[in-house]
Design a protein around this ligand. Sequence first.
Ligand code: ZN
Length: 52
Amino acid sequence: MDVLDKAKVVSGLGTADRQPYVCLSCGSAFEIQYHSCPACGGYDIRRAKWVE
Ligand SMILES: [Zn+2]
């Protein structure tokens, strides 16, 4: 996971490529768009690129 973490720092765009969806409630990122966030149960899951 060190390589991925470093890549996030370098790119500044973090998980957007591999995990394009993000929960607006808790900030968790996902590879697919869940109907509800598996981490916090929230429903505000959007494409990460739209959140910028
Ligand atoms: Zn969440």
